[in-house]
Design a protein. Structure first.
Length: 362
């Protein structure tokens, strides 16, 4: 197990406030990877209009909520499982599978490794190469798979590299995994931010493969981390039954249930978000690409990994410079296979992005 140093997560604003003396309300978080538009107006109105829903239990089957998700994802409602954030669903799935050996890409989100370890398994990292711009070499990766492996976890797009695996390549991975009896967990937390969702999302593959489960949440794209609403999609009936059997009843509260029934249908909000992110993604990538101080890695999601080329700078220096101006970036030195020459930031509104450019480029 790789040891992770303490670091500031995008939600650690209270720690930042205490250490650096800046008010958390004044911090523009480029670290949390959350939609800068804030929550869906349609969802906000629906919660206000239905606040009395907390006086009753939600539907134990969450039928309306699962139908809303199935319409949004273009999948069968029977294949949708809802949970208290993707964190609960990751934990449930790994507890059920009990993998003795799991493979995750590196660098990536540390929660996968943590859950595997807590359940007695071992996690191996398959490193994404900087010389390949942190894109997965499918042929080399699949050549390393065999029947000794129980689980592969793929964050797609990957955090923090913002690289993504196309669905055509994901199908190849699933074919090899099927031959070796390997289950594949695909975390699509950031897939809604990509330019072509159908090119990268694995949801449709759940109809044809029974060795895949796709996870999504509402924390990032719908800017609702406090709602704690996540969902999984899988065509494996045995797995669905086992998750439902082990899941605590009413794990999603009434407000999250009500919110989820409408937020996925807020088409204006969804379009505005994608238009903003796609425009700023291109603008910010092109700016840093022209800089002699930085090397950006082409982003697919709503955030970008950047390497510092200036010998006099590192990620800690830039973090402290930015936070003193109420701008919070992510120091990536704690991620496996990265060091203090890497940082990550998400795309915000144009005026905030301009502030970050001025700060980092000074």
């Amino acid at each position: 197990m790789i040891t992770h140093k303490d670091h500031f997560h995008g939600s650690d604003l209270e720690k930042i406030e205490k250490i650096y003396g800046v008010k958390k309300e004044d911090i523009i978080s480029f670290s949390a990877n959350v939609n800068p538009h804030g929550i869906s107006p349609l969802m906000k109105k629906n919660i206000k209009d239905n606040l009395d829903c907390i006086s009753a239990y939600p539907d134990r089957q969450y039928t309306a909520l699962r139908n809303s998700i199935s319409n949004y994802c273009d999948c069968d409602a029977a294949d949708v499982i809802v949970g208290n954030g993707t964190t609960e669903l990751i934990s449930l799935f790994i507890k059920i599978l009990q993998p003795k050996k799991a493979i995750v890409l590196g660098p990536t989100y540390s929660e996968y490794e943590r859950e595997v370890t807590l359940n007695g398994g071992t996690t191996l990292y398959y490193p994404l190469k900087e010389e390949n711009d942190f894109k997965l070499d499918i042929n080399h990766f699949t050549s390393k798979l065999d029947s000794s492996i129980d689980l592969i976890v793929l964050c797609n797009p990957n955090n923090p590299t913002s690289s993504a695996i196309p669905k055509t390549d994901m199908r190849n991975i699933l074919d090899v995994c099927k031959e070796n009896d390997i289950y594949v967990l695909v975390d699509e937390t950031y897939v809604e931010f990509v330019d072509e969702i159908k090119k990268y999302s694995s949801v449709s593959l759940c109809t044809y493969y029974n060795n895949i489960i796709v996870l999504r949440g509402t924390s990032k794209f719908f800017a609702a981390p406090g709602l704690r609403l996540g969902y999984a999609i899988t065509g494996n009936n045995d797995l669905k039954k086992e998750i439902i059997k082990r899941q605590d009843p009413w794990s999603i509260n009434s407000l999250a249930d009500i919110a989820g029934q409408v937020m996925f249908s807020d088409t204006d909000y969804i379009k505005q978000t994608r238009d903003l992110i796609n425009a700023e993604k291109e603008r910010m990538y092109n700016y840093f690409k022209q800089s002699s101080k930085f090397k950006p890695f082409k982003p697919e999601a709503n955030f970008m990994l950047v390497k510092i080329l200036n010998d006099d700078l590192d990620s800690e220096i830039l973090f402290e410079r930015a936070i003193k101006e109420n701008l919070m970036i992510r120091d990536c030195s704690t991620f496996p296979f990265l060091n203090n020459k890497f940082f990550r930031f998400c795309f915000m509104n144009p005026e905030d992005n301009d502030k970050l450019i001025e700060c980092l480029s000074r």
